[in-house]
Design a protein around this ligand. Structure first.
Ligand SMILES: *Cc1c(COP(=O)(O)O)cnc(C)c1O
Length: 369
């Protein structure tokens, strides 16, 4: 990789392939993988990541919203795409672009059914989302018989899969709760399958679920964060490779004297001679203001440079008093050594939030190393 000359997010497709193979190695031979590429592929580049994963052999893609699925179709992705959170206003584009909706309530079921009928569809694939305890989206147990009555008396839609989502698959202290979720999913999905004249496939594990509940793999697993290099567990993360590296450059260096202040609100007061570097990345790019005033840091020439003063919209200033560096030098915000997980933990956040927040104005550079 040549040196960064501006702020850029590097997407390493070799790391993605490594993570895919690692997660695949945890699956039974018959279990398929659904790659979760919502939120621009967890902030990376949904199209590039999906093209690579399609080549690697993932069976299915999942996005959160219909427009994310449209973007993949526009880029030529042919694999089936599950839309986890469709809204009635998206039904038209969903059918037009062959996207497969998650149906999570009786109202959605009836709404999508009448839409599919109006569009002269037969056996349009839908996925039944079961609420087993996350209490976010999904049918509750007592709605299943009503749903089945509706489904079995028509031919416009067909249940391709039944799925649920775990609330705390990464947390060993919640094992009992998770096992209860899995049991409920098993019971409800059995009920549905025995009422249908065909057999939908089943899935309920996310990345941490793959690691912690291998007995619940069913036909397919849905992995997001693991593909991008984070495992919600030290030993797993150590075996994965972060896909995204966020780099920037030093725009300007300032030599500050005692009594000077740095940045908005004069938040940093210089006590002893301080050398600062101004970087072209700010809170509009996804670097939260919470990282300011010494909380977060970047890496310059292998040394940690704390973010000082308040994070501005388009810039941050970092303390480089003890770092040999000059204007134009490359800066690493996060990557393989100082990771998005390390940085996000400084503000009690998680890598999911930091990597998905990286703004679309930052150039994506795709490579393999
Ligand atoms: C985001 C999401 C996933 C992926 O979870 P990871 O922890 O990133 O693997 C799986 N299933 C559903 C329903 C999701 O919303």
């Amino acid at each position: 990789m040549s040196k960064a000359l501006e702020t850029q997010l590097e997407i390493n497709l070799s790391a993605l392939a490594h993570n895919y193979h690692f997660l695949k190695s945890k699956l039974h031979a018959a279990t398929k993988m659904m790659a979760v590429v919502k939120a621009f592929g967890y902030g990376s580049d949904a199209v590039e990541v999906s093209k690579e994963l399609e080549k690697l052999g993932v069976a299915y893609f999942a996005v959160a919203y219909a427009n994310e699925g449209v973007e993949l179709r526009n880029a030529g992705i042919k694999s089936p795409i599950l839309v986890l959170h469709p809204l009635p206003t998206n039904f038209n584009v969903i059918i037009e672009r062959c996207l497969e909706p998650s149906i999570y309530s009786l109202k959605m079921l009836e709404g999508f059914l009448s839409f599919a009928k109006q569009k002269n569809q037969t056996d349009y694939p839908v996925h039944l989302k079961i609420n087993t305890g996350l209490n976010r989206l999904g049918f509750s147990e007592n709605e299943i018989s009503e749903a089945l009555k509706i489904i079995t008396s028509q031919s416009y839609i067909k249940v391709r899969s039944i799925f649920s989502h775990l609330a705390a698959s990464e947390d060993p202290n919640e094992k009992e709760f998770t096992e209860r979720q899995l049991k409920l999913f098993s019971n409800i999905s059995e009920t549905i399958i025995s009422a249908l004249p065909y057999k939908p496939f089943r899935h309920t594990l996310n990345t941490s679920g793959i690691i912690n509940y291998p007995e619940a793999q069913y036909d397919l697993v849905r992995s997001g964060i693991g593909l991008y290099g984070f495992g919600n567990d030290k030993t797993i993360t150590a075996q994965l490779q972060p896909v995204a590296t966020l780099k920037t450059v030093i725009s300007q260096i300032h030599e500050l004297q005692p009594g000077d202040t740095l940045g908005y609100n004069r938040a940093f007061k210089v006590v002893s001679k301080t050398r600062t570097a101004t970087l072209p990345i700010g809170h509009a790019d996804g670097i939260s203001r919470a990282y300011g005033n010494g909380v977060g840091w970047v890496t310059i020439n292998n040394k940690k440079a704390p973010i000082q003063g308040n994070v501005c919209m388009d810039m941050i200033m970092v303390d480089v008093t003890n770092i040999d560096c000059k204007e134009g030098d490359e800066v690493i915000v996060f990557g393989t050594v100082s990771t998005a997980e390390n940085l996000s933990n400084e503000i009690n956040s998680i890598p999911y939030e930091l990597i998905t927040a990286i703004s679309q104005r930052i150039k994506r550079v795709v490579h393999r190393i």
